[in-house]
Design a protein around this ligand. Structure first.
Ligand SMILES: [Zn+2]
Length: 131
């Protein structure tokens, strides 16, 4: 089991913004990206399917319904959405880390019951198997 990935520092709003906003370098100080379009100002038209070859390149773009193309705002809802995003990732990371630590403790306690010969025999056996 691999350690869970921490995508950004949860105590740094700047790093969180880099992860949250579509164009983080364009977010003005004190404003928050629109909660729906994440600061893009537009969305793909759901009635215009992507081309099998060109993908989303030629899909019609509509002005975002929530921000009307304004991209960023000082609205409380947008701030709450940004904070909820940080909170969600923080809790998700904590939960995965707890699971990971619990797994490691289980593995350690299982290995502690085995002799060195048994451990090396299992290593040889398990590196050949495909799970
Ligand atoms: Zn928007």
């Amino acid at each position: 089991m691999e350690a869970p990935t921490k995508y950004f520092d949860f105590d740094s709003p700047k790093e969180a913004m880099n992860h949250y906003a579509s164009w983080p370098q364009q977010v003005p100080w004190g404003l928050f990206p629109c909660r729906k379009c994440r600061g893009q100002g537009w969305e793909y038209d759901p009635d215009d399917p992507p081309d099998p070859v060109e993908g989303y390149k030629l899909v019609r773009r509509l002005k975002c319904e929530v921000c009307k193309g304004q991209k960023h705002s000082s609205l409380a809802e947008d701030k709450v959405a940004f904070e909820a995003y940080i909170e969600y990732h923080k809790n998700s990371y904590k939960q995965k880390m707890t699971e990971y630590e619990k797994h490691n403790i289980t593995v350690e306690s299982a290995l502690a019951k085995l002799t060195a010969d048994e451990v090396s025999a299992l290593k040889k056996e398990w590196t050949q198997r495909r799970f």
